[in-house]
Design a protein around this ligand. Structure first.
Ligand code: ADP
Ligand code: ZN
Ligand code: ZN
Length: 731
């Protein structure tokens, strides 16, 4: 028999199947194996077993050995891998890597074992005790201990008594040593918040709607409507019927909180998969899933590859979150993979959000997805009132602090009543956008209607979409003011100004600086939820689905900072952010408030978000995108060229552009836009970056195919060429 093997070397030349003799290796489809490769040995995966080879059998080398007791990949995994390979035109080796924790490859982690000691049952304890010499108190104590406590880890015995006492007893044949596997369990003490509750009628109908539909379901539920409870209920009935479940959550910061709810409901049946775990924890959690010991996988996007069989449901919480798009090769979109995986294994797919992606809601409107809506908060309270603070007025009145009068007043009220507040800084937009502090004018590109970015080094304004350049402004073209702002306030500054205003308040800060270490997010969130602080100041991280019952005020410092971000989705992002951040307020007892500070209070996106009017936002957004041919009414392709050698990058870009131009001439009427340029961020990690941008309204599949071929054809050891489809970030 012949084993068809993919060797774990992800270069394009090797993207093919190698034949090995199966022999008596015991390998089956999905097994990880060690095979001879050239003059070396390498790891690989058996993707098929066959009777045939194009090579004579005596020319084939045999498999050296099988790595795991159970094949690491399931049949479903292999079929899904095939789909991903074809869809994203990647090599099979790089696709298969998605399915295992990276530390598992090349034997970097193994299961952990420890020696355990128990009494030799064939000898009576009394006999052992009486045989001991008079002074052997420690040996006596060890025997007494084992008699009372049973099997014990050897290291614990050594420490509690003495290694020599243990050894002496072993030598007498009184003790039995056994080597046992020990599990490394992440977040061991995490549990709580998963008490079963009686579902509200809206929750009940959402659950039934999912159960009764053959299509993927989009659950559109306002913040605090109890979506998580719906997921738990769905998972419960799936595992009751003997199947398994995957639940994806957007960000590391959120995982412990959701995990805690799952663990307290389902105990050891759930396993957590995410990048913040130690290698050993990942390995053990992964094997618990593969062996069927755990039947619920929870984690960030990569948990979509969890090694579960007999899958009953996939849930994608906060489906609008950007973290569901992979930024490294293969550049997959989690939802696309989830759709295929659900199809392959006959599982349900549930997408949940208070602010679904425009694409997803359009699918629901068109009937491609089943729609379940939840419009009420579980606590019966209205969504928090959003007060707009017009920052242009504040500046006119001479208030140049980051806080409006309204926010200061509300902060004082909140602290006086013993409640908590969250202050949100839209840091992402803070870097280079140019805004007039008098009238709110924002410098925009003439042909793209997106905000320009200030490039300090060259002192120019640039459009990150089309590459146009403009002079830096010296005065506002609308009102003539010279009060032009292009740098923002950081979280640190906000904290110190807040502290000056409220000297006795305890303030926590959560941003990239304060969450560097493994459980940084978790620690800050825990402190805040235990009310050890009054105010939490943070960036995007505080916007995600946290549930803090005592938070009754949310301040959004610069709501419009992401509004003009150079991306067709900036309106959508802003709407999502405002709704999500606002949703942290008033979730339990007292009703909540939100102060939204902005320089453009009339902006239609902000207007819809203030009244929580998703429908209105959606209609307008669709109209605009349809008229200007932006996704979902077109596709954006970005072909990236990256190399440490600038000349090589440029010459590769030229070749790519020549080939792309052939595609362009063939399909010209399908193109809305087509050009080559430097990437907005010209150099990352010493690599020069160039790009070809195209926007395509029809014949998309054919064009995409050609672009993938161009990218793959030009990639070599020194230059990386890859394709992004509707990229979230165009940096
Ligand atoms: P969402 O995910 O929609 O923002 P959650 O599922 O976090 O909402 O629910 C908000 C809060 O309401 C949580 O504290 C949750 O425990 C509680 N909750 C959810 N459903 C119910 C219910 N049926 N009865 C009582 N409390 C509930
Ligand atoms: Zn102005
Ligand atoms: Zn432009």
């Amino acid at each position: 028999m012949i084993a068809k093997v993919i060797v774990d070397i992800a270069t394009s030349e090797l993207d093919k199947i190698f034949d090995y003799k199966l022999g008596y290796s015991g390998a089956t489809k999905g097994s990880r194996v060690i095979v001879p490769f050239g003059r070396f040995k390498t790891e690989g995966f058996v993707i098929d077993i066959s009777d045939f080879s194009d090579y004579p059998e005596d020319k084939l080398k045999p498999i050296i050995r099988v790595v795991d007791d159970v094949p690491a990949l399931t049949e479903d995994n292999l079929r899904l891998a095939e789909y991903i390979k074809n869809k994203y035109h990647s090599s099979m080796a790089s696709v298969l890597r998605l399915f295992l924790p990276s530390e598992m490859r090349k034997g970097k982690v193994r299961s952990k074992t420890a020696n355990y000691i128990s009494l030799n049952a064939e000898i009576e304890v009394g006999e052992m005790l009486s045989s001991l010499k008079k002074g052997a108190d420690k040996q006596r104590a060890v025997l007494e201990f084992l008699k009372g406590n049973g099997k014990t880890k050897q290291s614990e015995l050594n420490e509690a008594f003495s290694p020599s006492a243990v050894t002496a007893l072993k030598n007498k044949g009184y003790l039995i040593v056994s080597e046992e596997k020990i599990l490394r369990t992440p977040y061991k003490n995490l549990s709580g918040g998963g008490q079963r509750v009686k579902l509200t009628s809206e929750q009940e109908s959402a659950v039934n709607s999912v159960k009764n539909s053959d299509k993927p379901t989009l659950i559109k539920g306002v913040t605090g409507s109890g979506k998580t409870e719906v997921y738990l209920q769905l998972i419960e009935s799936v595992i009751d019927s003997g199947k398994t479940a995957i639940m994806l959550v957007p960000e590391i910061s959120l995982t412990p909180q959701t995990f805690s709810r799952l663990r307290s409901r389902f105990g050891d049946k759930c396993a957590i998969l995410h990048s913040g775990l130690s290698a050993g924890e990942k390995f053990d959690e992964w094997w618990r899933l593969r062996s069927g010991e755990a039947v619920i996988a929870i984690g960030a996007r990569s948990a979509i590859f969890a090694p579960l069989e007999n899958l009953g449901i996939i849930i994608i919480d906060e489906e609008h979150d950007q973290s569901y798009e992979s930024e490294t090769s293969p550049r997959y979109v989690t939802e696309e993979i989830a759709l295929e995986r659900a199809k392959l294994s006959g599982a349900k797919l549930v997408l949940g959000s208070a602010t679904p992606k425009v694409e997803s809601y359009l699918k629901a409107v068109n009937g491609e997805y089943n729609l379940a809506e939840m419009k009420e908060r579980v606590n019966g309270k209205p969504l928090p009132e959003i007060i707009i603070a017009d920052m242009r007025e504040e500046v006119k009145r001479g208030n140049i602090s980051p806080f409006s009068v309204a926010l200061k007043t509300e902060l004082k009220n909140t602290l006086d009543s013993g409640n908590q507040a969250i202050i949100f800084l839209n840091r992402r937009g803070y870097s280079q956008k140019v805004i007039c502090r008098e009238c709110g004018y924002v410098a925009k590109c003439l042909s793209c209607d997106v905000a320009l970015h200030y490039h300090k080094a060259e002192d120019v304004l640039k459009c990150h979409f089309c590459g146009s350049q403009y002079h830096m402004l010296t005065a506002c073209p609308e009102c003539g003011s010279v009060s032009i702002n292009y740098s923002g306030t950081g979280t640190q500054k906000v904290v110190s100004e807040l502290q000056a205003l409220f000297p006795s308040a305890k303030i926590l800060r959560m941003d990239n600086d304060t969450t560097q270490n493994k459980e940084g997010h978790f620690k800050i969130l825990k402190e805040f939820s235990e009310k050890k602080a009054d105010i939490l100041v943070g960036t995007q991280m505080v916007a995600k689905g946290h549930d803090f019952p005592s938070v009754t005020l949310v301040g959004i410092l610069d709501a419009d900072m992401s509004l003009y971000f150079s991306d067709y989705r900036s309106g959508e992002r802003t709407f999502q952010l405002v709704t999500q951040v606002a949703g942290r307020s008033g979730r339990a007892g007292d009703s909540g408030k939100v102060v939204l500070q902005t320089y453009s209070p009339k902006n239609p996106v902000l207007q819809s978000s203030v009244s929580y009017d998703y429908e209105n936002f959606f209609k307008r957004e669709c109209m605009v995108r349809k008229a200007s041919y932006f996704p979902p009414f077109s596709h954006i392709l970005r072909l990236m060229v990256e190399s440490e050698e600038e000349d090589l990058a440029i010459s590769t870009l030229k070749s790519a552009f020549e080939r792309a131009r052939e595609v362009y001439s063939e399909y010209q009427p399908s193109f809305i836009y087509f050009d080559k340029m430097k990437s907005p961020v010209k150099k990352i990690k010493n690599k020069y970056r160039f790009q070809i941008l195209a926007r395509i309204k029809d014949n998309y599949q054919e064009i995409e195919n050609e672009f993938y071929k161009i990218a793959n054809g030009l990639t070599s050891r020194k230059v990386l060429c890859y394709l992004e489809v509707n990229p979230s970030s165009t940096s």
